[in-house]
Design a binder for this molecule. Structure first.
Ligand code: DP6
Length: 331
């Protein structure tokens, strides 16, 4: 089959996936809602080859393709095998993949990387998955954020019972031009994987309470998106982010993701709001802080966050249109 290149963005969750009913099949306890990004993307080129093994390459930038480290190669190989089995295609492939965002930026690339790989492989096998099918392929590796990366704009992944738990676009990117300013306070790998966090979450004495709270919070976030009500969205997403970390910190054994600079950024975001520069903070399973804000507040927020001791880097992103294929191949 022909060579296919896919470009897929990462996303930031407003309502988080944290805790699974079935980790093997990546079935969450609760629905999650996210905003698809546009600058933090992964690119993947795939092509079938006439050999007896797959070839996996890493895009080191500047047109250089290199051998990836062993851990990354093993994860990609496992995911190629799962997708090949799911699509029932025996052919071997040559795959090259990389990210537009710095790989040591503490931004999870599982959503963007998993989706780019799934879309490129499906394409080279002659399959054109719709968003629901792409979501199912991308999440075969166990990543819930990858389950939401198949569509652009504002996306809900319901907590359905099985493979037909469809993906729902709440609104396209054009509906609301929100930005995401990311204060990177630690670029290293997280101390405890999300997978392990999901496993421990139900052990928190507050887990059941969170499930109750989420019923109203999910509605708040859906309504806020529909009506473009930033204050309503912001209040819900800050509470939600703290709740995720509260569950993590009260799991058995506990998981602490925050660093001192995380608190400094949260404090700065509240301070900026008091002076009329409005942004709202959220954190995934790590210490970095994402500040959701309107375009007019973005430059001032980025500048303020960059000046905080302990902030290593500030990334500027915004809502985007979701995965696509591209004619710009990596090989
Ligand atoms: C806290 O199992 O999707 O980001 O594959 O590393 O993104 P990754 O982990 P995953 O769990 C996501 C956890 C979260 C919240 C969220 O994105 O919903």
């Amino acid at each position: 089959m022909s060579k296919v290149t896919a470009v897929a963005p990462s996303n930031i969750a407003f309502v988080k996936y944290w805790g699974a009913r079935d980790l093997e099949r990546t079935l969450p306890w609760n629905p999650s809602i996210s905003m698809t990004l546009s600058a933090c993307v992964s690119r993947c080129t795939a092509e079938t080859v006439d050999t007896d093994r797959d070839e996996i390459l890493w895009d080191a930038g500047g047109g250089r393709l290199v051998d990836p480290d062993a851990g990354f190669a093993a994860r990609v190989q496992a995911q190629i095998d799962r997708i090949r089995a799911a699509l029932d295609r025996p052919a071997r492939v040559r795959v090259a993949t990389g990210n537009t965002f710095p790989s040591a930026a503490g931004i999870a690339s599982s959503a963007s990387g998993g989706t780019a790989l799934a879309l490129a492989l499906a394409g080279t096998f002659g399959v054109e998955p719709d968003a629901a099918a792409l979501s199912r392929l991308a999440r075969l590796g166990g990543s819930g954020s990858a389950a939401r990366a198949a569509q652009g704009g504002y996306v809900e992944w319901p907590a359905g019972n099985g493979p037909d738990d469809g993906l729902r676009q709440l609104a396209p990117a054009s509906h609301w031009a929100l930005c995401d300013v990311v204060a990177v306070v630690d670029a290293g790998p997280k101390a405890v994987s999300s997978l392990e966090g999901h496993r421990r979450a139900p052990g928190s004495p507050y887990f059941a309470q969170r499930q109750q709270e989420l019923i109203g919070r999910l509605d708040e976030v859906r309504t806020a998106i529909r009506s473009r009500d930033l204050e309503r969205l912001g209040r819900a997403l800050e509470t939600e982010a703290v709740d995720l970390h509260l569950i993590a910190m009260s799991s058995r054994p506990p998981v602490f993701y925050w660093k001192p600079a995380t608190l400094a950024v949260l404090d700065a975001v509240r301070g900026l709001r008091r002076t009329g520069t409005v942004g709202w903070a959220t954190m995934d399973a790590g210490p970095n802080v994402h500040v959701i804000c309107p375009p007019e507040a973005e430059p001032a927020i980025a500048e303020s966050l960059a000046a905080i001791p302990g902030v290593q880097q500030v990334l500027r992103d915004r809502v985007g249109d979701g995965p696509r294929t591209s004619g710009e191949h990596l090989f």
